[in-house]
Design a protein around this ligand. Structure first.
Ligand code: DMJ
Length: 640
């Protein structure tokens, strides 16, 4: 209209139509009626939240915008897909919070109701828990992200004492007359932990990792300015090993120096598995409130990463501003399966402890998106667009980029006390597809899991993929009778192959990746794959295989690793990774990874413990080996 009026030589409109005054009046009446109708329709359309946002104050749109969330579909979001593709590391366009809503499919709504029931009405409020950071702006939101339930019962809180009473075994186990050799070996591993901790404390306390050759600390850029990754990763290992003084040192650092008000780009996945996992485990083991409140506060800071059209989080988040990005290296602005698929265990516990279902809602929505998307040959590719919810590339791997997604499916089921049958089914179906398309036997009779690139197999296994022996054994325990032996055999074969990758090296430590082609079996063929960075996956599988079979060879193999670590990785001021496992005089990489204390040493220690220490009946280990309790019972109690 305005344009027409301003055009030179054009009369005003509707004068341009040559209307008289009464006709003009009627025309304007008609026009205003039409406008009113259009305006009203915006509010009645099923997905009117975007328009409502233009007209209503933000606070009022919170629940309605969430109603559109669960219906995010590939088609509706496809137009922004190009932007996401072009600018993988640029801030995303403001997106709606994706909460459960009346529009969510019935199954999801029921699940969320169950989770909300399990969590009870919000009673505990973590610092900042009623605010959600979005795109750098803090705005008020209901803590749950869903309209508050009309609740008249007394509020419930997490009852720590009740939780402890529900455990079936003492956390640190009993010590019935054990054989002296097993005890001596366990004590040796405890000494290694003390050595690793003492050196970290002396040279790098407060930094993320120790550099044991140069005797200083390393900060890196994975944790968005958070410090003390080794402290948080080590807490539960120190506690389990009864290194009391060292545990107190670590706890004191968390109380006095662990600063969450940071402003940097963090990996959502790494912060979750190391920091949130480590803090949650420390809380469940000790009941110390500081661990719980830090975990909840940090959990809140991760929530803005989920503000994408599908609710699939992006991989990188600025912990200060709440802006999130996809990794620059990730195909077409995609999110990584092993990253967004490895949040479930921790996020359910954040909801359990806070009484705030928002965390559970976020991860249940991820599952919903994954259930909806078509799987090529039943397989889960590693790259998914957070904008469209479609796969971006058909690369499938049970090693890096895919690994812990599968682990979290079976562990979600176990952690739910075997009630989450959806997770179990997803795991069973995924494993069946993996076995059908990826599991192979070498000419020399070694079973391995290849990688899949759009139907073409890459006959390679990464060190990371070696966790799968333990996972398959853990799942086999609970498979139907006829499948159980089959999966236990598969788990044993894979664990054996991973052991071969160690046994065939000069150092008796395994390479980062090993191959089965051109006459090679279980050895690295490329220079760039010959390093060992103190990774845990092989000993992790030994630990599960030992617990589930009690075949002494697994303890024997674990002890070989202890000796190799002592010989090749122990240096004057800690433990270091090595650059080449195929030489007896390897050079060191000058890095004591935090997962060495969280995982490698913990799994080795547990291998030489009785089964009731962190019993598999009571605990599941997150992917960084932090124990989280099985939900045997409802831990909530009324607060009078
Ligand atoms: C750990 O941080 C976790 O186990 C993760 O799932 C994968 N890799 C490292 C250790 O290798």
């Amino acid at each position: 209209m305005v344009l027409l009026r301003k055009l030179p030589g054009m009369p005003g409109w509707p004068a341009a139509l040559g209307l008289r005054l009464p006709q003009k009046f009627l025309f304007l009446l008609f026009l205003s009626g039409l406008l009113t109708l259009c305006f009203g329709a915006l509010f009645l359309l099923p997905d009117s939240s975007r328009f409502k946002r233009l007209f209503l104050p933000r606070r009022a749109t919170a629940s309605s915008s969430s109603s559109s969330s669960s219906s995010a579909s590939s088609s509706s979001a496809s137009s922004s897909s190009t932007r996401d593709t072009d600018l993988p590391r640029s801030p995303p366009a403001a997106a709606e919070p994706r909460h459960a809503s009346p529009a969510a499919p019935r199954r999801l709504r029921e699940k969320l109701r169950t989770v909300a029931r399990m969590a009870g009405p919000p009673a505990h409020t973590a610092p900042g828990s009623r605010q959600q950071v979005q795109g750098g702006e803090r705005r008020a939101e209901p803590a749950t992200g869903v309209p508050p339930a009309r609740e008249t019962r007394a509020p419930l809180r997490f009852d720590y004492e009740r939780f402890r009473r529900s455990l079936r075994h003492p956390v640190r186990g009993r010590r019935p007359g054990e054989d002296p050799e097993t005890r001596a070996r366990r004590m040796k591993i405890k000494e290694m932990m003390k050595f690793a901790w003492d050196n970290y404390k002396q040279y790098a306390l407060g930094k993320n990792e120790l550099r044991p050759l140069t005797k200083n600390g390393h900060i890196g850029n994975m944790f968005g300015g958070l410090r003390g990754a080794t402290v948080v990763d080590a807490l539960d290992t120190l506690y389990i090993m009864e290194l009391e003084e060292e545990f107190q040192e670590a706890k004191k650092w968390v109380e006095k120096s662990f600063d969450l008000n940071v402003n940097g780009e963090a990996s959502l996945f790494e912060v979750n598995i190391r920091y949130i996992g480590g803090l949650l485990a420390a809380y469940y083991l000790t009941g110390e409130e500081v661990f719980k409140s830090k975990a909840l506060e940090l959990g809140e800071k991760l929530l803005p990463a989920f503000n994408t059209p599908t609710g699939i989080p992006r991989g990188v988040i600025n912990l200060g501003s709440g802006m999130s990005w996809s990794w620059g290296w990730a195909s077409a602005g995609s999110s990584i399966l092993a990253e967004f698929g490895t949040l479930h265990l921790e996020f359910l516990h954040l909801s359990e402890l806070s009484g705030n279902p928002v965390f559970a809602e976020k991860v249940m929505n991820i599952r919903k998106v994954l259930n909806r998307v078509e799987k090529p040959q039943g397989l889960y590719p590693n790259f998914l667009s957070p904008v469209t919810g479609n796969w971006v590339q058909h690369h499938v791997s049970i090693g890096g980029l895919g690994d812990s997604f599968y682990e979290y499916l079976i562990k979600s089921w176990l952690m739910s006390d075997k009630k989450d049958s959806e997770a179990k089914k997803m795991y069973d179906d995924a494993l069946e597809a993996i076995e059908k398309h990826l599991v192979k036997k070498s000419a020399g009779g070694l079973t391995y899991i290849a990688e899949w690139r759009g139907g073409i197999l890459d006959h390679k296994m990464g060190h990371l993929a070696c966790f799968s022996g333990g996972m398959i054994a853990l799942g086999a325990e609970h498979a139907g009778q006829e499948r159980k032996q089959h999966y236990m055999d598969l788990a044993a074969e894979i664990t054996n192959t991973c052991h071969e990758s160690y046994a065939r090296s000069d150092t008796k430590l395994g390479p980062e990746a090993f191959r089965f082609d051109a006459g090679t079996e279980a050895m690295a063929t490329r220079l760039s794959e010959r390093y060992y960075i103190l990774r845990p996956e092989v000993v992790e599988s030994y630990m599960y295989m030992w617990r589930l079979t009690h075949d002494p060879k697994y303890r024997q193999w674990g002890w070989e690793v202890v000796k190799a670590l002592e010989k090749h990785c122990r240096v004057e001021a800690g433990f270091s990774g090595i650059r080449d496992v195929y030489t007896t005089t390897p050079t060191h990489d000058n890095m004591q990874q935090s997962f060495f204390l969280a995982e490698t040493l913990k799994y080795l220690y547990l291998l030489f413990c009785e089964d009731d220490v962190l019993s598999l009946d009571d605990w599941v280990f997150n992917t960084e080996a932090h124990p989280l309790p099985v939900n045997h019972t409802n831990f909530k109690a009324s607060v009078q």
